[in-house]
Design a protein around this ligand. Sequence first.
Ligand code: SF4
Ligand code: SF4
Length: 475
Amino acid sequence: MGSSLYEKGKTVHNKRIDGPFRRFKWLVMVVTLAIYYITPWIRWDRGPYAPDQAVLVDLAHRRFYMFDIEIWPHEFYFVAGMLIMAGIGLFLVTSAVGRAWCGYACPQTVWTDLFQHVDRLIDGDRNARMRLDKAPWTASKIARRTAKWAIYLTIAFWTGGAWIMYFADAPTLTVNFWAGQAAPVAYATVAILTGTTFWLGGFMREQVCIYMCPWPRIQTAMLDEKSLIVTYKDWRGEQRGSLKKAAKDPEAYGDCIDCLQCVAVCPTGVDIREGQQIGCITCGLCIDACDKVMKEVGRPRGLIDYATLEQCEAEAAGAPATPAWKALLRPRVFVYFGVWGAIGAALLFALGTRTHTDLTVSPDRNPPFMLLKDGSVRNAYTLRLRNMEARPRDMEVALTGLPAGAVMWTEAVSLENAAPTQVIKVPANETKVVRAYVMLPPGERGDSFAFRLTSLDEQGEQDVAETTFAMPGSK
Ligand code: SF4
Ligand code: SF4
């Protein structure tokens, strides 16, 4: 008989447990959820010309605000750099502490954990939930299911609702949303995220980790014998057997009393005693459960523990147990940390030294020049003056590298006032597009030259944009 490619999903009813890893999981859950839900409501004073939301993806004005940092579209390399850092950060975490991301901070893990607490709140702990699952659909079961799914839906709705707050002023959007005046895309986004959160966190849960997410496969390829994993120390635990059996023949049995508490608390339904599995997100809850059992039966803790395969082999051969943190001290971790830190330092340096003034120039191509009646030659350019400060600024545009007598003017300045420099007011946080005309007197020739932009304030920031001056006969 061939084996089936389809495995029927089994509902995991994980048992309540307390212990250091559970408490750490609580902490990470509260912190990550608080960051997600609260961040859009934090205000940040940037003056009258910029939004006062601390973290905002302002799609309409093509800006990304994060506290004091403001990223413009032409600075997308900062976002690319942060994404690269996030990717390398995942590699760093994996090589240092195995699948800690999966076990504690991945959104699928955090929301699944939250939904499992709702299960416990409404239906009770593991045994009660298992009984209720098998029970017929009585009025009480229908009421419980309705209450539970209503809470799922509320969490899912707030999750979707919080997401759109990152893309507009949160208080205004909330008012508009409930008044039915928000953009259709806001309602569509909330509907999609509500549906996916409800389905993935409420029903799919560990199936996402086991079948849908590519990350466990990538991580599996990255793990080696020096990687920290949650592991069952079989040389110590086997032969498993109940306390009763072990009492009759103590020599024949190991420390595992086969109580299945490690399986009962596992949020993904894994039996870690069967070895490494893709379903194990290394959350450490089975360590908490087993340590509790070992304490109750008077045996040393750590039958299930964070350890590397190398440490396990040494321990099995009789060496004393090595503290898990020693697994962090290996070259791969230092290399990843070095690369991650170098990119971070480069981004910080670029952020700290960037100017808030920028100029780009595009010469007209058709026609490239105008020959005037008196023999002078005129070229036209489109200048983009960026003022990245949260206040209007006067900026001076000057011609450099053209012969004496070259003058410029703009649409706002008449030819009579043409001069080698012009002062232009650029509104706060804006790019001002200016049509500029440059004229060379008869007999003079131009070629490459530059526009120099200088902010007329205490900062005196400058940017230079090089371009060319087209003449009759020039290529
Ligand atoms: S909790 Fe510990 S003692 Fe109980 S079955 Fe799991 S490994 Fe064995
Ligand atoms: S086997 Fe242990 S570490 Fe792995 S997911 Fe289950 S409880 Fe968490």
